[in-house]
Write a protein that binds this ligand. Structure first.
Ligand SMILES: Cc1ncc(COP(=O)(O)O)c(C=O)c1O
Length: 378
């Protein structure tokens, strides 16, 4: 069942529709069939996929990614990925009355944690797959990561990117040697375009988060943090489609079993939060947020069960708070952090974490920000 609600900028409801949708293609047709007014207003589609009634099962659930996979990914990444620094700040500790550890993936190769998952996945391709090349879709950071991993492993890469992706990310992706194909996100589904190009060119499609090898690679960021600072009471992780969150949560369960893991999304792109609390996959299309890495419409088939199993809570933060956090991190920690990369820190700095005297890990996930764009908010 799909419920679509559209509202104008003042929040007035323009129209409500309920449709029986069972296939992804029907959803695309439904969106394409909306009237022109949809182009001039904020459209937020919320899908609710009804769970089919299930008979109680006695078979134990097996998950597509385990800590063993993360440990194997860490070995593959040794010598390729940076061991990123953990920063601390007396100001933050005093302000929050906690001991806070910032795991700075903005210092990872390509400027975000995404290199971990991309390299781990590409390194496991067969020689036949490597010859066919890799195709992916991404608003930026996964794109740069796949491009660099491909360059290091001698695999050609094609990246499908929205034409409104930050210029800094487009340029960097081309700079790593990938071919960039731009698309209009309001007109074309990136998954459909990827399938079409893969059929034409014969490449292997690597999704940005919903793949076990990607999740395992991202989990090495959490593994490394626990190895650097020891056990934690709380781990805050930003979330788009949930690759980083699920991977880090698996590492937490293995290395710091009493640690609560909290995922953080932008308020307008709260698909995983809605899915988490309703226990069914919910979809939010084209959310209006500056956190471009968290505009993914829904958690995936791989990430969602892992999030339900290993994550304890989901929180959301508004864009204005993200900007405050970015400026705070620039001024106090002297680090450049992109809006999505500031999600987790924002919950802490805005007083949303009701905890004191705790050891808290915060993943700063990336630093690829178009400073000229952000300057207009100053
Ligand atoms: C900087 C940054 N942080 C977090 C995310 C979200 O990652 P995931 O989709 O694995 O949840 C992204 C995704 O692009 C990102 O670029």
């Amino acid at each position: 069942m799909l419920c679509a609600a559209k509202s104008d900028r003042a929040g007035n409801s323009l129209r409500r529709k309920r449709h029986e949708i069972t296939q992804p293609t029907q959803l695309i047709e439904f969106i394409a069939g909306l009237p022109d007014e949809a182009r001039f207003c904020e459209a937020k589609f919320v899908t609710h996929i009804d769970p089919s009634p299930q008979a109680p099962s006695t078979t134990p659930i097996t998950y597509p990614v385990t800590y063993t996979d993360i440990a194997a990914a860490a070995q593959r990444l040794a010598g390729q990925a940076h061991l990123t620094p953990v920063l601390t700040s007396r100001t933050v500790n005093q302000r929050t009355q906690n001991q806070v550890f910032f795991k700075c993936e903005n210092f990872q190769r390509t400027g975000s944690f995404k290199f971990r998952g991309a390299y781990n996945a590409l390194a496991q391709l067969s020689s036949e797959q490597r010859q066919r090349g890799v195709l992916t879709y991404s608003s930026g950071n996964h794109a740069q990561a796949v491009a660099l991993a491909g360059k290091l492993l001698g695999i050609s890469t094609t990246i499908i990117m929205p034409e409104d992706a930050p210029a800094v990310k487009q340029a960097a992706t081309r700079g790593y040697g990938a071919e960039v194909v731009l698309y209009d996100r309001s007109e074309v589904s990136r998954e459909a375009l990827a399938r079409q190009l893969a059929a034409e060119r014969g490449g292997v499609v690597l999704p940005p988060f919903d793949h076990p090898h990607v999740v395992a690679g991202q989990g090495t960021a959490g593994k490394e943090l626990f190895e650097q600072v020891g056990e934690l009471d709380l781990l805050l992780v930003c979330c788009g489609g949930g690759g980083l969150l699920s991977g880090c949560a698996i590492s937490a369960a293995a290395l710091s079993p009493n640690c609560r893991v909290v995922g953080v999304e932008p308020e307008n792109g709260d698909d995983v939060t809605r899915s988490f609390y309703s226990k069914t996959i919910q979809t939010v299309h084209n959310p209006d947020t500056i956190a471009d890495g968290a505009r993914t419409p829904a958690p995936g088939q791989v990430t969602f069960p892992l999030i339900l199993q290993y994550v304890h809570e989901m929180l959301t933060v508004p864009d204005e708070a993200l900007l405050r956090t970015m400026f705070f991190l620039w001024e106090r920690l002297k680090i450049v952090v992109e809006p999505t990369g500031a999600l987790a820190a924002t919950t802490l700095l805005e007083g949303m974490i009701d905890q004191t005297n705790a050891r808290i890990g915060v993943i700063i996930s990336g630093g690829n920000v178009d400073l000229k764009q952000i300057a207009k908010y100053l």
